[in-house]
Design a protein around this ligand. Structure first.
Ligand SMILES: Nc1ncnc2c1ncn2[C@@H]1O[C@H](COP(=O)(O)OP(=O)(O)OP(=O)(O)O)[C@@H](O)[C@H]1O
Ligand SMILES: [Mg+2]
Length: 509
């Protein structure tokens, strides 16, 4: 074995996060690590890479027992890691982010930028990325940033590469590119530890899977000898037949009773990435935006919410034309927007779960300068319960929650304000299969009360089953529409294919 971890214990403030967890990985093996949000996956990784100190247990890597390592020592020992929360510097250039710590020096002291840019372009080319490497990393999409983090990690001379949810913001095409790189690593004998909530994709790339539940490692199996249902049953600690009976999604039975038109957008353009966007949204309706990465879905959402100024076109709410000068105006016009990039636009790490959750709600909770704290706690408790947010208590700093649970808090922030028009960009990103169903059920109930939702998801299944209507987007334009019931993933794929090449190869399973 290349890596062997056994009996790993870890508590945070007396609360156990890992209870005798362990994993074994062979050289050249692609090994999946799965489990519900908060099961302990990221913590196990961070113990290995020296971010956290273990309370107990043994680790051996490449034949050597490993004492407590620092992240730097773990890297030098041959472990390259892409953490779930990308640790990149958005204001620095792409090159700086890729070569950070390994800058080629000229004359032994000055950084040779020309060489650094060249090397960065070369590394990114493996991922089919051709961008201006001198531009700040933050000016590119979350997906590009994620690929840059991965490119950086695999460019290091590693014996093992750890990827904590690498595909969460990637499109199907980019996932394929990543898989190509993983296969290449494997053929060079590099081991890959792969964390993901997309269980289908594991079959394509992984040899074995280890399932975690409540801080313990429950089982390790060959992928070829297991099914998705088995994996979910292990994750939940339930019987596969029971899980099968419930189905994989809570969406479905779409086509709610829709009311009058609530929002109408016509010919909206904000720049080269959104050239012409039309949308009619009714009361009690979920409209999905279907498209590939770069098709303008997020830009359309930003235009509706007043984040990007419209250059032409018009937006009407309840029949009255409206010109939104910014998000504050959108919020007072009854809108909410769960943004795709939770780190940049959402989470305030040092504030508590409660404060993060009620941030947008405070104006409503205050009367005469007094905040109604009783009411606040009541609302927070309700969301922690209904969305199953795993937190020690509501005053725990949000940065201490697992990735998926942070995402649930952000979603709750917007749901709590009950906006008439709620825009959800990738609402179930990073949440486990069980929590996904809970969120979908919540959104369904929400529109039943007459609210309206615009839904963006790179998972076709979620759009196809979740939306009453789907606006098909391509290269910054809305180019077609599909109406439920009856829309299938294949229909969406072929609608997209009519407007671009190679439709079928883009499907995300
Ligand atoms: N720094 C910390 N302080 C306190 N508690 C923590 C800290 N880091 C993790 N935890 C807790 O440890 C548990 C396991 O979290 P972890 O991040 O490992 O989950 P995960 O399996 O990666 O989940 P996800 O799928 O949501 O990413 C959670 O209950 C989390 O709140
Ligand atoms: Mg995690």
């Amino acid at each position: 074995m290349l890596l062997s971890m056994t009996g790993i214990e870890k508590s945070f403030g007396g609360v156990p996060a890992l209870r005798g967890a362990g994993i074994e990985i062979a050289p050249g093996e692609v090994h999946a690590l799965i489990g519900q949000n908060g099961a302990g996956k990221s913590t196990l990784i961070k113990i290995l890479t020296g971010v956290y100190r273990r309370d107990g247990g043994e680790i051996s890597f490449a034949g050597h027992p490993s004492e407590v390592l620092s992240p730097r020592e773990a890297q030098e020992a041959g472990i390259a890691t892409i953490y779930q929360e990308l640790n990149l510097v958005p204001l620095r250039s792409v090159t700086e982010n890729v070569v950070m710590g390994y800058e080629p020096k000229a004359f032994g002291m000055l950084i040779n930028w020309r060489e650094a840019h060249r090397r960065t372009r070369e590394i990114l080319a493996r991922f089919d990325i051709d961008i201006d490497v001198t531009a700040p990393l933050g000016s590119f999409s979350t997906a590009i940033q994620q690929l840059v983090a991965i490119a950086r990690a695999v460019s290091l001379d590693a014996q093992m590469v750890i990827m904590d949810e690498p595909t969460s913001s990637l499109d199907a095409k980019e996932v394929e590119i990543l898989f190509g790189v993983i296969r290449e690593l494997k053929s060079q004998g590099v081991a890959v530890l792969y964390v993901s909530h997309f269980l289908d994709e594991l079959f394509e790339i992984c040899d074995r899977v280890t399932v975690m539940r409540d801080g313990q490692t429950i089982t390790t199996r060959q992928l070829s000898e297991t099914t998705k249902l088995d994996m979910i049953a292990d994750m939940l600690g339930r019987n596969p037949d029971e899980v099968a009976a419930e189905g994989m999604t809570e969406f479905g039975g779409a086509a709610a009773k829709r009311g009058p038109v609530r929002l109408h957008a016509e010919g909206v353009a904000t720049g080269p990435r959104l050239k012409r966007f039309d949308l009619t949204l009714h009361e009690g309706e979920i409209v999905g935006l279907g498209g590939l990465l770069g098709s303008g879905r997020t830009e359309a959402a930003r235009a509706l919410f007043g984040v990007d100024a419209t250059q032409s076109g018009s937006i009407e709410i309840e029949g009255a034309p409206i010109r939104l000068e910014g998000p504050a105006e959108a919020i007072s016009a009854g809108m909410g927007f769960l943004a795709e990039d939770r780190k940049a636009e959402g989470i305030i790490p040092d504030m508590s779960v409660r404060e993060n959750l009620t941030l947008a709600l405070l104006p409503k909770l205050a009367s005469g300068g007094q905040i109604d704290f009783g009411r606040e706690r009541e609302i927070v408790e309700r969301f922690i319960r209904t969305l199953g947010i795993k937190t020690a208590d509501m005053d725990q700093p949000i940065r201490e929650l697992s990735g998926g649970n942070q995402q649930k808090v952000l979603l709750a922030r917007w749901l709590a304000t009950e906006p008439e028009i709620l825009i959800l960009d990738e609402p179930t990103r990073g949440v486990d299969v069980g929590a996904k169903r809970e969120i979908q059920a919540f959104v369904r109930d929400y529109v039943k009360k007459g609210f309206s939702v615009v839904l963006i998801s790179s998972e076709f299944e979620e759009i196809v089953e979740g939306a009453d209507r789907i606006i098909v987007m391509h290269e910054g334009r809305s180019v077609g529409e599909l109406t439920n019931p009856g829309v299938t993933e294949n229909m969406l794929v072929s609608a997209l294919a009519q407007h671009g090449e190679g439709g079928a190869e883009w499907t995300r399973q």
